[in-house]
Design a protein around this ligand. Structure first.
Ligand SMILES: Cc1cc2nc3c(=O)[nH]c(=O)nc-3n(C[C@H](O)[C@H](O)[C@H](O)COP(=O)(O)O)c2cc1C
Length: 196
């Protein structure tokens, strides 16, 4: 595969934690297939939550100028998005949620301005991605909140969510390395995502 670009969004505040380990495996597999990748760690960025100022309602653009804007620009240009975020307090971690709330500008584009987020039909139809998550417990429904938020986010970004890969019972930093088949699964899925 050539000429494909993937944004890998690491959402956990814990650097090199479980979700980031899985994301790294995905990125390495994609790179082996000549997919261009860019890993972005939200915890390294400085960005604000949505202010609900409604500034984007007439323009489709967020009025806040901070590190979130350039990340959205990259996602808009990407063929693929891989998002990795842990479960915190039975939902998605705050770094991810705060970023996702900033996609209100694309909700405004779609539903108020009634314009496509991605203009080019062929490009839009080919945009795809996956969501990766870990949770410390095995509680029933532990991933439900995150999965629903991520489904919404991918829709707003005009990206087809082709799969959600959730690993319960993974708590300590690096514990995912001992989960049989997890890294292999993510590598296989990433290869399929790239069209292998
Ligand atoms: C603030 C905080 C809240 C958490 N809340 C939950 C929770 O509600 N349910 C759960 O199963 N695990 C919870 N966890 C555990 C994480 O989901 C788990 O440690 C995960 O492996 C972290 O992934 P990471 O290493 O990529 O950050 C929480 C961890 C933290 C730090």
């Amino acid at each position: 595969m050539i000429d494909q670009f993937c944004v890998a969004l690491a959402c956990s505040p814990r650097k090199n934690g479980n979700t980031e380990i899985l994301l790294k495996a995905a990125v390495e597999r994609l790179q082996s297939l000549n997919v261009e990748t860019e890993t972005i760690r939200l915890v390294d960025l400085s960005y604000y939550p949505c202010r609900a100022c409604e500034g984007c309602y007439s323009t489709g653009r967020c009025v806040i100028k901070d590190d979130a804007g350039p990340v959205f620009e990259k996602i808009l240009k990407a063929d693929m998005l891989i998002m990795a975020a842990p479960v915190f307090s039975m939902g998605i971690c705050a770094q991810a949620k705060m970023f996702i709330d900033r996609s209100q500008q694309f909700w405004a584009t779609r539903y108020l301005l009634k314009q496509p987020v991605i203009q080019d039909d062929d490009f839009r139809q080919n945009r795809r991605g996956i969501f990766i998550s870990c949770a410390g417990t095995r509680l029933p429904g532990v991933f439900e909140g995150s999965a629903s938020i991520v489904r919404y986010f991918f829709k707003m970004m005009d990206i087809k969510l082709t799969g959600t890969y959730c690993y319960p019972g993974i708590d300590k930093k690096g514990e995912i390395l001992a989960r049989a088949g997890a890294l292999e699964e993510i590598k296989d899925v990433s290869a399929r995502l790239a069209g292998e």
